[in-house]
Structures are given as structure tokens and as C-alpha cells.
Design a protein around this ligand. Structure first.
Ligand code: ADP
Length: 264
């Protein structure tokens, strides 16, 4: 797309001449289309639980008013819907914060193994409820990296939670840490952190789009499990801020491996 601007050159040496400027504005149109899509997506995602809430309020005021069992059941659904909205707003705020900081280099000195261990410990109750075994496999001792501790914790949390959420009961999520003095992808010292699950896997057609906001490989399952569709978008931005890489390998029916590569 080109924007064309014509201007009469008055009061200058070339009086009477016309200046025509062509400017390639494809990227601006693309950005504003993306913004419009994003607003439409957010509105849709918020409206779905809101509509459910409004419907249940009406039912509680009317037919279910004198039915304590129905009232309890509806209140539970309403609480779930309110939680869904709360998670969505929380993820939108995280995404906003992460995007605005993307150009600022994080500078904290962190110990990676301890950070992973404490993230895993805090997710153990969730894994136990889902019947999924969590484990950390580190061959080396402490590993220091430069980064933002809260944001890296969010990356690890999102990836482990996905492994638990999409995995079947009786499954496992293994976190493996592989440091290298010279990593091929990073062309220097780096550490690979792998999140390996034996869940349903993801069809190859979806892999290139997984980190787009609101993109879901299995929309029904994601919504059923309370997903916002923003987790991997947040992960991607944080990994970019750390000048790292995110890789996904997956096979349907076999499971998935998400790899975060961080420079050291
Ligand atoms: P959601 O909130 O839907 O989980 P994410 O951005 O975290 O959103 O993930 C995007 C989509 O990628 C999910 O909807 C799901 O279809 C797929 N996905 C992510 N992680 C896994 C996994 N470990 N196993 C299977 N599918 C996954």
C-alpha cells in the first residue's frame, strides 16, 4: 500500500512546481489491522463469560430463587466465569507490561536451578490434583544467568501449567536443563531448558502460530480447561526480551517438547 501526497511548491525557488511523495505504508496498515483484530478478540473473550453471568443472574432472580440446590450450582458456575475473566485481565496486563519492557535488557543475576525448583514446588499441588508427576532433571549444579526473575518464573510457570493442563491423568511433565559452552543456535554459551510432556501433542499445522495472541490449537479444550490463549504469547515476549529463543517440537499422540534457550 502506498500513500501518495501532492504538494504545490509555493514561495520557494521552484514556485509553481508540484511535489509528489510516495510512501510505503503497508506496515502501518498491517499494524492497525492487528490492533483491530486484537480489540475484537478481547471483546469477544470478555463477552462470553459476561453473557453467561448475566444469564445466571436472571435465573437466580427468577426460576431458581427458591431452589437452594440450583442456586449453589449456578453460583459455582458464576464464580468460574468470574475467575475466567479475572485470568484474562491478568494475562492482558502481563502482556502489556512485558511488551512495554521488551527493549529494556534485564540485569538481575539469577540462579536458574533454584528458580526452576521453586517454580516446580509451587505447581506441585496443581499437578497432584491433575494426577501428573512433575520432575526436574539437572546434571550440573547451580547455573547463573542474567535476566528478570519474575518474568522467567512466569515463562516456566506457563510452560509447566500447559504440560499439566493438556496432559492426561497419570502423565508427566519433565523439566530438563542442558547447559552448553557453545550452543549452536546462540553461537555462544547458553542454557536449554526443556519442558517435556507426554500429553496429546499438537498437529504440525498449528506450530508456527502457537505464540500468536488468542491462537489455540484446540479451542474447545483450551476453553474447557480455563485457558486464555495468551500464555505462549507472554512466554515469547519474555524470551525475546532475554535475547533467547523458543522452540516447539510436538507429535500428535506422543507429547510435546517446549525448549527455552537463554544466552549465558
Ligand atoms: P491457552 O491458554 O489456550 O493454554 P497458550 O497460549 O498457553 O493458551 O497455548 C496456546 C495453545 O497451544 C493452547 O490453546 C493449546 O491448544 C496448545 N498447547 C500449548 N501447550 C500445549 C501442550 N503442552 N500440549 C498440547 N497443546 C498445547
Amino acid at each position: 500500500t502506498y500513500t501518495v501526497e501532492c504538494r504545490y511548491m509555493n514561495g520557494v525557488a521552484s514556485e509553481g512546481a508540484v511535489m509528489v511523495t510516495f510512501q510505503d505504508t503497508t506496515h502501518l496498515e498491517h499494524a492497525s489491522q492487528m490492533r483491530r483484530d486484537f480489540v475484537a478478540n478481547v471483546s469477544h473473550e470478555l463477552r462470553t463469560p459476561l453473557t453467561a453471568l448475566m444469564g445466571f443472574i436472571e435465573t437466580l432472580r427468577g426460576p431458581a430463587r427458591d431452589d437452594p440446590a440450583a442456586r449453589d450450582r449456578f453460583l459455582k458456575i458464576m464464580a468460574d466465569e468470574a475467575n475466567r475473566m479475572n485470568r484474562l485481565v491478568g494475562d492482558l496486563l502481563s502482556l502489556n507490561r512485558v511488551e512495554s519492557e521488551e527493549r529494556v535488557r534485564p540485569r538481575q543475576q539469577l540462579e536458574l536451578t533454584g528458580l526452576l525448583q521453586s517454580t516446580i514446588n509451587s505447581l506441585r499441588p496443581l499437578a497432584e490434583d491433575a494426577g501428573v508427576v512433575l520432575s526436574l532433571d539437572v546434571k550440573n549444579g547451580p547455573l547463573s544467568v542474567t535476566g528478570d526473575g519474575d518474568q522467567l518464573r512466569q515463562v516456566f510457570t506457563n510452560l509447566i501449567e500447559n504440560g499439566i493442563k493438556y496432559g492426561a491423568s497419570g502423565g508427566s511433565v519433565k523439566v530438563r536443563v542442558l547447559p552448553a559452552d557453545r550452543d549452536l543456535a546462540m553461537r555462544g554459551p547458553a542454557v536449554r531448558i526443556q519442558f517435556i510432556d507426554k500429553g496429546p501433542g499438537i498437529d504440525a499445522v498449528h506450530l508456527p502460530r502457537l505464540t500468536e495472541r488468542f491462537y489455540r490449537a484446540d479451542s474447545h479444550r483450551s476453553r474447557q480447561l480455563g485457558g486464555t490463549g495468551l500464555g505462549l504469547a507472554i512466554v515469547k515476549h519474555i524470551v525475546n526480551r532475554h535475547r533467547g529463543r523458543l522452540r516447539v517440537e510436538s507429535e500428535l499422540g506422543k507429547g510435546s517438547v517446549f525448549t527455552v534457550i537463554l544466552p549465558r
